[in-house]
Design a protein around this ligand. Structure first.
Ligand SMILES: [Zn+2]
Length: 328
């Protein structure tokens, strides 16, 4: 990260010198940078940092599981046509790695936004399989700021005339993320301590759990590629009943069949568990809506979890922008 900051500084300085020497390039409508991102969370960073200077498209949309996503021929065209490609990395896009590799080797800038985080021993969590790093780093808002720095540095390098603009936007966005992080800390802390347990369809929430003080259990592992067994479900039913956990959560990009099996299993053992809501794990909400932004996605998750587990949170979440709670 230090290197990253230093790079930004050098780039800003270069941009400053260039502009003070009167070498400013005329900015026309053709200077828009075309960017293709894999997930919505990454596209959202680009929108915040680049503003109108970039046209960004994300390939993996609402409700779609990135672990299983196979690129279409249109996706490959969008990747080839882009000036810059941003992807998550840490093996999130399991079925896209060949295409991303190939396009990277053609000389295009193909950047993993977790480049910095993956080198940080605190962030390369490994789960059930030591060869599969936990890619769900966006669940820890503070950690995700590192992805913002990577995007800003790449944009400033690609378009040095506007380096100061990108860096300033990145700072503004980081301030919003700091506010979001504080809201997440306060909300989870408001849950009675013995109920700070998050049970979900797959293991997407380890970073969130660590950052905000939750115990976490997923039915499926880090990737949704491996199927959950009957034993996994039975073990979790025991856990729910023993710990008297009041709610479990479905995920917008993963089938709810295992979660429903949990609720039925617990009920058969005389313990009533509700579905506390739908969380956005690996994909954001509808494009153009509040939960279709990274901040809205995390606000929704934190607010939904805290409310269902007995915490105290504002009805509309951090910004009063969340729709009234509907049981699904
Ligand atoms: Zn996942």
């Amino acid at each position: 990260m230090k290197l990253n900051k230093a790079l930004q500084l050098v780039l800003s300085l270069t941009a400053f010198l260039a502009s003070s020497c009167g070498n400013e390039k005329a900015e026309g409508p053709n200077s828009t940078i075309t960017i293709t991102a894999t997930t919505g969370m990454i596209a959202d960073i680009v929108r915040n940092v680049a503003g109108e200077k970039a046209q960004v498209e994300n390939l993996i949309g609402e409700g779609v599981d990135p672990h299983l996503y196979k690129p279409t021929s249109l996706d490959v065209k969008a990747l080839q046509a882009a000036d810059i490609v941003f992807y998550n990395g840490m093996k999130l896009e399991g079925k896209m790695s060949d295409v991303l590799d190939r396009i990277g080797k053609s000389g295009k800038k193909v950047i993993a936004v977790t480049d910095e985080l993956a080198k940080d021993p605190d962030y390369a969590l490994s789960g059930d399989d030591e060869h599969h790093p936990d890619p769900h780093v966006w669940m820890d808002v503070n950690g995700w700021k590192s992805a913002v720095n990577v995007v800003a540095a790449v944009l400033a390098d690609y378009d040095p005339d506007n380096a100061a603009f990108y860096n300033n936007n990145a700072d503004l966005y980081a301030a919003d993320l700091a506010e979001l992080n504080g809201y997440a800390l306060d909300s989870i802390e408001s849950i009675p301590e013995n109920q700070r347990v998050l049970v979900t369809a797959h293991d997407a929430f380890h970073y969130m759990a660590r950052a905000y003080g939750l115990e976490v259990r997923g039915i499926q592992g880090l990737s949704t590629e491996s199927e959950a067994g009957v034993k996994d479900i039975e073990d979790l039913v025991d856990f729910l009943a023993e710990r008297k956990i009041p709610a479990v959560f479905v995920e917008s990009s993963v089938s709810d069949k295992n979660i429903k099996a949990l609720v039925e299993g617990a009920s058969a053992r005389g313990h009533s568990v509700t579905i506390g809501g739908t969380l956005f794990s690996d994909a954001m909400g509808r494009e153009g809506s509040y939960t279709g932004t990274y901040i809205g996605m995390i606000d929704h998750n934190v607010t939904t979890i805290a409310r269902a587990l007995g915490g105290k949170v504002p009805t509309g979440g951090m910004k009063g922008k969340l729709a009234p709670y509907e049981h699904r």
